[in-house]
Design a protein around this ligand. Structure first.
Ligand code: FMN
Length: 226
């Protein structure tokens, strides 16, 4: 097996560097660097104009491994990433070039399976563009990583780190990635019972906190059409 030479991270969050997607990519990038793999990161949001998008697609076509890291938007792929994928399908493939694709999706809801459909779309994209599909990592409760890195999340990110480390090990050596590694990285960050109740409680507090007008506070539980 040939060792991996280079990897391009394509961040699909419109929030760019201030996103959870950036933080997940950052962790993976550090691990690849430790293995001696050359890395580069591009933010799709900065490449929306025609010329910039074409430049990005050209660059992406040159890399051995593409890692697309995205938020889940309406159970699907963000529009800027779809735009990139459509442009990518129009770019001619250099003969003999073998590329690989890994996709990472993070959602607001705590159950990672919400991301499965978007991952499947990426798999079909890989098939249609002649790229070898490596697999997909699904992460629930992604917002927890908007303002902290994977390394800083302690107990919550232990499986994510374990799975990601093993995926990076395999890819760096040019070995196939066992599906077990994807499953470990895709485990819920917290037991779902706690995650769901915690999110309801924190979400409720946050929305209630946004109401400053006392007269609205008094009436906000009214349900006139019940
Ligand atoms: C327009 C929009 C649509 C979204 N749709 C979903 C959704 O369908 N399911 C879900 O679980 N989260 C959804 N979310 C939440 C994001 O996936 C979540 O906040 C994610 O962590 C954002 O990642 P980022 O910081 O990398 O952009 C949506 C957020 C936005 C802004």
């Amino acid at each position: 097996m040939n060792k991996l030479g280079n990897v391009l991270f394509l961040i699909g969050s419109p929030k760019g560097k201030r996103s959870a997607s950036h933080n997940f990519a950052s962790y993976l990038e550090d691990q690849f660097k430790l293995k001696g793999v050359e890395t580069e990161t591009s933010y799709i949001v900065q490449h929306q104009k025609d010329e910039k998008l074409k430049e990005l697609v050209k660059k992406a076509r040159e890399k051995e491994l593409l890692v697309m890291v995205n938020p889940l938007y309406i159970d699907s792929i963000p529009a800027i990433t779809i735009n990139f994928m459509e442009e990518f399908t129009r770019e001619e493939v250099s003969p003999g070039k073998k590329q690989k694709l890994l996709a990472v999706f993070n959602s607001g809801f705590p159950e990672p399976h919400h991301n499965n459909l978007a991952i499947r779309m990426c798999e079909i994209f890989a098939q249609k563009t002649g790229i070898e599909w490596v697999g997909g990592i699904t992460i629930g409760m992604g917002a927890a990583f908007e303002s902290q890195g994977v390394e800083d999340a302690g107990f919550m990110s232990r499986n994510l780190k374990k799975g990601m480390d093993s995926i990076v090990d395999c890819l760096s050596l040019g070995n196939p990635v066992p599906s077990e590694a994807m499953l470990i990285a895709s485990k819920p960050l917290l037991p779902l019972f706690f995650a769901k109740h915690g999110m309801c409680w924190f979400g409720g507090r946050m929305w209630k906190g946004k109401v400053h007008d006392e007269s609205i506070k008094r009436n906000m539980y009214e349900r006139p059409y019940d």
